[in-house]
Design a protein around this ligand. Structure first.
Ligand code: MN3
Length: 208
């Protein structure tokens, strides 16, 4: 299969002032496009061409010889969801009921979630992501962080929400102030409806 760049689910200026049109133009049109292009180039002849994105991503992660391909596939997967994890007028404590109950149970409520999520994003040294994930075996919610293009999926978890803490995601709007970006993401951008949909689907099953 060949990967393609999905359209943003909103206009470029929809997330202003929390994430500018300039950031989205560079981040979506340049960075995400580059992961798609490089992924298509590297997957050719790899033996993973006929797998789904999720299957190919996990298979590439397990093979050290395919680390370069994994970086592109991981970032493609992460960004497909990242655009949907945000919306205009999002953020705050507007969490669908079943998910809210689980966050209360596992993460000490919204305040506990917010503190742990922002802390994970702040303490991810260098490029990477912070996540709200579900452990596929126990069903428990966790806050985790990953370097570069990695994600909870390759660790046997389901990614419910992720925030990109690569500098390209916030430097135009927040310069070096990663904590301010993370707070704006939690307070003003999270699309809890999409997070709730992923939660309702349950553990991500990957054939590979
Ligand atoms: Mn990015």
């Amino acid at each position: 299969m060949s990967f393609t760049l999905p359209e943003l689910p909103y206009s470029y200026d929809a997330l202003d002032p929390y994430m500018s049109a300039e950031t989205l133009e560079f981040h979506h049109d340049k960075h995400h496009q580059a992961y798609v292009d490089k992924g298509n180039e590297l997957i050719a002849g790899s033996g993973l061409e006929n797998m789904s994105l999720e299957e190919a991503m996990v298979a590439a992660f397990k093979d050290p010889a395919k680390a370069g391909l994994f970086n592109q596939l991981g970032q493609h997967y992460n960004h497909i969801h990242f655009w949907n994890w945000m919306k205009a007028g999002g953020g705050g404590n507007k969490i669908p009921g079943a998910l809210e109950a689980k966050i209360n149970e596992d993460l000490e409520g919204f305040d506990g979630f917010k503190k742990k999520f922002i802390d994970a994003g702040m303490t991810q040294f260098g490029s990477g992501w912070c996540w709200l994930a579900m452990d596929n075996a126990s069903g428990k919610l966790e806050i985790v962080k990953t370097p570069n293009g990695e994600n909870p999926v390759v660790a046997g978890k389901t990614a419910l929400l992720g925030c990109d803490v690569w500098e390209h995601s916030y430097y135009i709007d927040y310069r070096n102030a990663r904590p301010k970006y993370l707070e704006a993401f939690v307070d003003n951008l999270i699309n809890w409806d999409y997070v709730g949909e992923l939660f309702e689907k349950g553990p991500l099953k990957i054939a590979a």
